[in-house]
Design a protein around this ligand. Structure first.
Ligand SMILES: [Fe+2]
Length: 405
């Protein structure tokens, strides 16, 4: 007996098929059930040429949690590393974290990874360590994903597509190898149920071939509380300022604008910039509260950090928090100066946008300000750094170039 499918069912199936094929990744929206690994993340907060933190969550506690990994194109056997596990604090929402810090990895190498919790395993993913050679590459920067979940999911899908497309050609310079997030992941950082949704949405950044894009996290004012350190695999009580070299020539310094910007952090920043300026072509900083804001008032870093950015000729500073798009003119001593520091931001990964105060002097042409969901692509060449602000939908809203110091 043959079955005929009514035409409108056919259309429905066709439409459902179109929806399925437009799904960005088979590795998204994993259900939280029992010990099934979900909410996969790769975090770069230590030397990314040799080290990465693999993090995931399970709904129930389980007993044995580990990561199985091996260099992708090698004959090495699988290695296994045990995870550090526990319950995320943050209200009554029950969820368990698992972190494995992989160390002694080979630079510029793809590693297959699989998260294992008791008898359940994640799909096999892979990520790529940063190269230790002086090659060109790109990273993404954005901030503020806290208050518009639909937009957050759309931007995450766009991030996955942009990263995947960057590997589909022979140009190494456009390869997007990491994603710096400038903070305000969720609206209330003490509520674990919000973090859980953010972490599940983060799965959308996974590429269709299972490649995970490492995240370089900064803490925002909405991210207060204990969950932040557990989400990103920092030790309890960690103050969340750190520097990493993404390869030999690019230094990314992440600061914490939500604790004292003076004192120990400023002392550390002075030493960090002094040490890293000498042997890096590109020196960047990221943190949450802007010091040259397009909407709000300047953060405390204006007094404590800016003199150090200028002293050590930081090449680009990435800010968030304002919920708009901006790029300042180069600034030194509080005025436009071609030798000065350029500040970009201010956050649009899933948050209602504000109207920038376009009369502020530092966003006049050749600077700019606007609004819209976006992510910045920063490309580190040998002769120049190129930046572009990509709006949701793919339109490029701004482009800029910086020369090496
Ligand atoms: Fe904020």
């Amino acid at each position: 007996m043959t079955m005929t499918i009514p035409f409108h069912y056919f259309l429905t199936l066709l439409f459902a098929g179109a929806l399925l094929t437009s799904q960005p990744s088979a590795f998204a929206d994993a259900p939280l059930a029992g010990t099934a690994p979900a909410q996969w993340r790769v975090v770069w907060s230590d030397d990314p040429t040799t080290t990465a933190t693999i993090a995931w969550s399970t709904k129930s506690a389980g007993r044995d949690h580990s990561v199985r990994f091996k260099a992708k194109d090698s004959d090495d056997g699988d290695a296994t590393t045990l995870a550090e596990s526990g319950r995320y604090t943050g209200g009554s929402f029950e969820l368990y974290y698992h972190h494995s810090k992989l160390t002694d990895l080979r630079p510029g190498t793809a590693y297959e990874i699989q998260m294992i919790s008791d008898t359940e395993s994640s799909p096999v993913f892979y990520f790529v360590t940063a190269s230790d050679t002086d090659r060109e590459f790109s990273i993404l920067h954005g901030g503020d994903s806290r208050s518009d979940r639909d937009a957050r999911r759309r931007v995450n899908t766009m991030i996955s597509e942009m990263a995947e497309a960057s590997f589909d050609n022979d140009d190494p310079a456009d390869d997007i190898i990491a994603f710096a997030h400038g903070g305000d992941y969720v609206v209330s950082g003490t509520k674990m149920e919000l973090w859980s949704v953010w972490m599940s949405d983060h799965e959308l950044t996974t590429m269709t071939d299972g490649r995970l894009l490492p995240i370089i996290p900064a803490r925002g004012n909405h991210d207060k509380g204990k969950p932040f350190n557990k989400v990103f695999g920092f030790p309890d009580g960690d103050l969340n300022y750190y520097g990493i070299s993404i390869g030999p020539k690019v230094r990314m310094v992440t600061l914490n604008s939500e604790i004292s910007t003076a004192g120990d952090q400023a002392t550390w920043l002075n030493e960090e910039l002094s040490r890293s300026r000498a042997n890096h072509r590109w020196l960047l900083a990221q943190y949450h509260r802007p010091v040259y804001p397009a909407v709000k008032e300047a953060g405390a870093g204006l007094k404590t950090w800016v003199p150090l950015f200028e002293k050590f000729d930081v090449d680009l500073v990435c800010e968030a928090d304002g919920h708009n798009i901006k790029r300042t003119v180069p600034i030194r001593d509080g005025q436009l100066d071609q030798t000065g520091v350029v500040y970009i931001g201010e956050g649009g990964l899933g948050v209602p946008q504000r109207t920038p105060k376009t009369d502020r002097w530092f966003i006049q042409s050749p600077g700019m300000a606007d609004q819209g969901h976006h992510v910045f692509v920063l490309t580190f060449g040998k002769d120049a750094m190129h930046g572009k602000c990509v709006l949701e939908g793919g339109k490029i809203r701004d482009e800029f170039t910086r020369q090496p110091r």
